[in-house]
Write a protein that binds this ligand. Structure first.
Ligand code: FAD
Ligand code: DHB
Length: 389
């Protein structure tokens, strides 16, 4: 088989890229290790930047999102018994939207199917060959048979545990990583959200976040130990712990119910450089991870796709390679700023096991400065709503 772009990974990054390319007449094949239902079963991000929404519109898949999403003009930050609001609209003239990654992915799968897009599920042993030449190709197993696709370019959109990043030789690749000594226990429940905006809560007992997916679907997180198992946490224990960490009046009106999903995610900052090797381009979690505080994970994947899509478009329309040649540099310049923001917000709001009394005072001073200082809030708001592409 032959195509123009092989896209390894059928998560949001890979699907969005294939949809954008398709609309410009550029042919691609998406190779996904799992099934569609498995991918849609993963509960992940919920907050989208306007830049992401615009890219979905450009891809012609924003119809349902535009109808069903919630616009959020601000967020609440609480610490101890105090709280304040950061007004994104007032500070930046922009906002974020609430629309789950599951729905984004579903809309993209539906659009790819409707347009006859090629997505191969259940592939095994994907290998990228000759990426440093002008004639790369990709092989994979399916149903016990090996298949080969020749192509012009390979987009590595296969997440943190994929094969694409590992294809870049160690002599070329440099990785930067920071692990945090805690995780997030997340619960999804069919209950009305406790507040009409998100609440990021720093408490003596650790961080908590009140988020949502829609008017009757809430998403809550609490900082937990890395050694915890989701099974260790009964629903009752989760709700009790959440209530202790959020403002008292929010705890009082919190509607609890059975969890329909419960999982623990470790927190990590990670960047690999460069994001391009020959004709292989890394996008999204394949190249970088942020800790979830600040909701930048999916949004950084979208900016990669924006840069790569425009680079490939320029190549196919004019033969110019400037866009693809500068892909890694442009993507990384934005990524590092999102890494900084997520690292800062994680440090601001979590309890660390080895924190001294001095460290706690520094954290408190940082939060109070944010509360009292419009410029500090403006810096936070600009980063939260998303830096320009
Ligand atoms: P992925 O979504 O990981 O998609 C990669 C795809 O590639 C997967 O479908 C995978 O099955 C496939 N794949 C992997 N290896 C291969 C292979 N060898 N061959 C073929 N296919 C392969 N971000 C937020 O902003 N907010 C959150 O609350 C949040 N929560 C998260 C919770 C968890 C547990 C995780 C892991 C991430 C979370 N994120 C969150 C981050 C966000 O979900 C990711 O940034 C986003 O999914 C990145 O999309 P992606 O398409 O680059 O990668
Ligand atoms: C969600 C996740 C985040 O990491 C965040 O900062 C805000 C919201 C969520 O899953 O809804």
């Amino acid at each position: 088989m032959k195509t123009q772009v092989v896209i390894v990974g059928g998560g949001p990054s890979g699907l969005l890229l294939s949809q954008l390319l398709h609309r410009k007449g550029i042919d691609s094949v998406v190779l996904e290790r799992k099934t569609r239902d498995y991918v849609l079963g993963r509960i992940r991000a919920g907050i989208l930047e306007v830049g992401f929404v615009n890219l979905m519109r450009e891809a012609g898949v924003a119809g349902r999102m535009d109808k069903e999403c919630f616009v959020h003009d601000g967020t609440v930050i609480s610490y101890g018994d105090q709280q304040f609001r950061v007004d994104f609209e007032d500070l930046t003239g922009s906002h974020v939207v609430v629309y789950g990654q599951t729905e984004v992915t579903r809309d993209l799968y539906d659009a790819r199917e409707a347009m006859g897009g090629k997505i191969v599920f259940n592939v095994d042993h994907v290998e990228i060959h000759d990426a440093d030449t002008d004639t790369p190709y990709v092989t994979y197993d399916m149903g016990g048979t090996e298949h080969r696709i020749d192509c012009d370019f390979v987009a590595g959109c296969d997440g943190f545990h994929g094969v694409s990043r590992q294809t870049i030789p160690l002599a070329v690749r440099r990785e930067y990583e920071k692990l945090y000594p805690f995780g997030w226990l997340g619960v999804l429940s069919e209950t009305p959200p406790v507040h009409d905006e998100l609440i990021y809560a720093s408490s003596e007992r650790g961080f908590a976040l009140c988020s949502m997916r829609n008017a009757n679907l809430s998403r809550y997180y609490i900082q937990c130990s890395l050694s915890d198992d989701p099974e260790d946490w009964t629903d009752k224990a989760f709700w009790e712990e959440l209530k202790r960490r959020i403002p008292a009046e929010a705890a009082e009106r919190l509607v609890t119910g059975p969890s329909i999903e419960k999982s623990i995610a470790p927190l990590r900052s990670f960047v690999t450089e460069p994001m391009r090797w020959g004709r292989l381009f890394l996008c999204g979690d394949a190249a970088h991870i942020v800790p979830p505080t600040g909701a930048k994970g999916l949004n950084t994947a979208a900016s990669d796709i924006h840069y790569l899509y425009h680079g490939l478009l320029q190549f196919y329309e004019t033969g110019e390679t400037e866009g693809i040649d500068r892909y890694s540099e442009k993507a990384l310049a934005r990524i590092w700023k999102a890494e900084r923001f997520s690292w800062w917000m994680t440090n601001l709001l979590h309890r660390f096991p080895d924190q001294s009394d001095f460290d706690l005072k520094m954290q408190r001073a940082d939060i109070e400065f944010l509360r009292e200082n419009r410029e500090a809030q403006s810096v936070m708001a600009q980063n939260y709503v998303g830096l320009p592409f």
